[in-house]
Design a protein around this ligand. Structure first.
Ligand SMILES: [Mn+2]
Length: 378
């Protein structure tokens, strides 16, 4: 198995371990950002870079910002790969001649054998001493780096709209000054549209093509109006998928209300837990590409409720949400993966698990989830 020698991780997932190669973990806040900037400045044109990124709005936009910086510096990116939420990171798929990996919005620290790395900068918002690191997403971190380079290379400034990709993880756009500024210069309507196009197409269609479309575009309108070859394809797919998504969400909402499976819903459980909070476990059929989208929509406006949207196919695919509530869903996801085999984790409020289990284990899985709700309170 081959490893690149240098590694830059840009991420806001809870970290598993401190990479203790040459990472200077005592550095916090702006000093850590400076370290990431220096990491990129230290690259030369003979470096061969692989860019890995999460296939959602945050992952794609953080990768885009880094891509633009490297393009400006004429550092070649030889390998690009979008990964799902569970880190489809396979070191042996990365070409042998890669010297540097830049990883955006992926918990890569869990996958790395640090003995094989010479130098690593782990830019995780949890090292920044800020109140809500989850919302200081990979795109905001990448933008902090981007901003420094945009001061040196004026041309970069015209790509500031990529910061809007953070809106999927940062629900409240007023949180950071730079987000407020960029949103204000493009309008919130355009920002939301852009974020929805890239997130839905990234998750449910083709994240590599979304990144390609962004790299091909000179401004925000080219993307959201589908004005070039790539963005035209993206926009067409987006419109078709948005229709399917709203149909599924309608079915789910109706099923929650009536507590009976309707349309794309295969089974539904709505349990009262603590006060007026609910645990909603909803099984879908033929919707695997849309599970995260549905989980996000359903949890929106259900503060404190526990939501699990899942589907069984070759594997069991489960998405967990609990916004502003008392459950740490990343722990629940990790536990379920541990119990049934597979991988699970993510954020405290949004997580997922992919387990080696089929329909026959469904009852047991549901029982375990309900049991975990008792023990996984924040
Ligand atoms: Mn993400």
């Amino acid at each position: 198995m081959k490893y690149a020698k240098k590694l830059l991780i840009i991420d806001h997932h809870p970290y598993k371990k401190d990479l203790n190669t040459k990472k200077i973990s005592e550095k916090m806040g702006s000093e850590l950002i400076e370290e990431a900037v220096d990491f990129i400045k230290s690259l030369s044109r003979s470096d061969r870079v692989a860019l890995l990124y999460h296939r959602d709005g945050d992952g794609i936009c953080s990768a885009f910002l880094i891509h633009k910086i490297l393009d400006t510096l004429k550092i070649p990116i030889l390998y690009r790969r979008a990964c799902g939420s569970l880190v489809e990171y396979k070191a042996n798929q990365i070409p042998d001649n890669i010297t540097t990996i830049v990883s955006c919005d992926l918990p890569l620290d869990r996958k790395i054998d640090e003995s094989k790395i010479d130098y690593c900068v782990h830019l995780n918002s949890r090292f920044l001493n800020i109140k809500n690191p989850f919302h200081y997403s990979a795109t905001v971190l990448a933008y902090d780096i981007f901003d420094k380079f945009a001061n040196l290379y004026e041309d970069l400034k015209s790509y500031d709209w990529a910061l809007l990709g953070c809106l999927c993880d940062c629900k409240d756009e007023s949180q950071h000054e730079s987000i407020r500024e960029v949103v204000a210069s493009y309008t919130i309507e355009k920002a939301r549209k852009f974020e929805d196009i890239i997130t839905l197409c990234g998750r449910s269609f083709d994240a590599n093509l979304v990144l390609e479309a962004m790299l091909f575009s000179r401004n925000l309108d080219e993307i959201i109006q589908g004005e070039n070859l790539f963005s035209h394809v993206i926009l067409k797919e987006y419109k078709a998928m948005a229709k399917i998504r709203s149909k599924i969400i309608k079915d789910v909402e109706e099923s929650i209300k009536t507590e009976r499976p309707i349309g794309n819903v295969k089974s539904i459980i709505v349990n009262q837990i603590q006060g007026n909070k609910k645990a909603i476990l909803c099984e879908l059929k033929s919707c695997r590409k849309f599970l995260s989208e549905v989980a996000d929509e359903v949890s929106d406006g259900r503060k404190g409720d526990f939501i699990c949207i899942f589907e069984f196919g070759e594997v069991g695919d489960l998405k967990f949400r609990c916004i502003g509530g008392e459950f740490k869903v990343n722990e629940i996801a990790a536990q379920i993966a541990k119990l049934f085999g597979g991988e699970g984790g993510g954020h405290r409020e949004a997580a997922g698990a992919e387990i080696k289990a089929d329909e026959t284990s469904k009852q047991r899985i549901i029982e375990e989830i309900l049991k975990l709700l008792e023990s996984c309170r924040k």
